[in-house]
Structures are given as C-alpha cells and as structure tokens.
Design a binder for this molecule. Sequence first.
Ligand code: DC
Length: 226
Amino acid sequence: MKKIIIAIDGYSSCGKSTLAKQLAKKLNYIFVDSGAMYRAITLYFLRNHIDWNKPNEVKKSLPEIHLDFEYIEEGNQSHILLNGENVDALIRDMLVSENVSAVSTIKEVRDFAVAQQQQMGKKKGIVMDGRDIGTTVFPTAALKVFVTADIAVRVGRRYKEMVEKGIIASIEEVQNNLELRDYIDSNREVSPLRKAEDAVVLDNSNLTREEQLQIVLDWATKKIDG
Ligand code: DC
C-alpha cells in the first residue's frame, strides 16, 4: 500500500499529538512529536546553563545533544530520549514550557531539529505534529492538517493534563503560557507557525477524540488510495 507523509500543525494544546499518535496507530505509521524535540533541547540548555542568546554557546552545545524516539508497541507509547535518558516527564515541566518558544526561535536550533525530522520522514509512513511541519519540514506532504480550538478549551485540556501528571500550576499560568507561546511561535522570523496554503483546517473545539480521528482518517485514506 502507498505510504504518505502526514503533517499536523497548529497552536499549543490543540490536541495535535493525541491526534497524530492515534492516526499513526491506525495506519501503522511512525509518530513523531516534533515539539518534544524542541523541549528536550530546551531542557539540555537549562540543565547545562547554556545561554541560548549567545550563538557560540548554542553552536558548541548542539553537537552534544542526541535525540532519539523509542517506540513501545504496548500501549502505543513513544518516549523521547535525550542522550539516552527518557525525559518524557521532565520536558513537560513549566520551566521548559516557559522557555521552549524562545529556544525554538533560534535558527541553529531549528536547522538542527529540522534536519533530523526530514531524515525520519525519508521512508514516508510517518505522522509528525508541530508548528512548521507542513510549511518547512515536509512542504510536499500528501496530507497537511492545521488544527485549531478555542483558547478556553485549550487551556482546560492542558490544565487537566498537567493535574493528571502531578504538575502544579494555576489556570491563569497555563493560559498565559499558551497565549505567549502562540504569540512567539506565530511571530518568529524563522519558520513561524502558519497554515500551509494546501492544509485543511480542523477545528476540534466541539469534537471528541474519536470524532476528530475519524475525520482525519477519512482524509488520509482518500490520499493513500487516490
Ligand atoms: O507541541 P509543543 O507545545 O510541545 O511544542 C513546544 C514548543 O516547541 C512550541 O511552543 C514551539 C516549538 N515548536 C516549534 O517551534 N516547531 C515545531 N515543529 C514544534 C514545536
């Protein structure tokens, strides 16, 4: 069967990763959460006191960062490894969330991440979610989805997710963080978040996970069969 690349972009906390993960499972494709890569790089910079405003420090440290995804069939799980360490939980920390958008404005950081993302897509059969997947990473992807949802819905979802993971933050903090990240992500110079011209918009404010999956699965099946 023909394998395609599926790019899923959109604002923070729109449920992109959940959708991408479910879609990849249904299609038996690889799932890549590109945001997790920017988060892991941010964690590395924070831990090692790298001043990312100094280009020399960034250039020197990037070759020391090795990112891998470990796929575990049971439970449809994938883990991000930073130099061999599973940092799934650590990259969701508020400190990382507060700094990741700034780190991901840096051209060298983006070039570093994008090169690895493009490598992962060489064999197709991949669903990748992020901010610039349909515009920069895979501009010729067969299916591009741009996900949106009301801000109140997004804040509620992210807050619930954080509570479940035992991360302490107020609703206000979560909302401020989402709005600030959306602003920085949409206004940065290199690969800003924007809808690719040929992307289809999915507003999932009033959709269940199952409903949104079914919609995108139909779009994907048409591309694969067509
Ligand atoms: O998807 P996420 O919220 O985990 O992403 C974290 C940050 O990483 C987001 O605020 C912007 C950045 N990012 C990016 O610049 N490009 C991507 N393809 C994915 C994420």
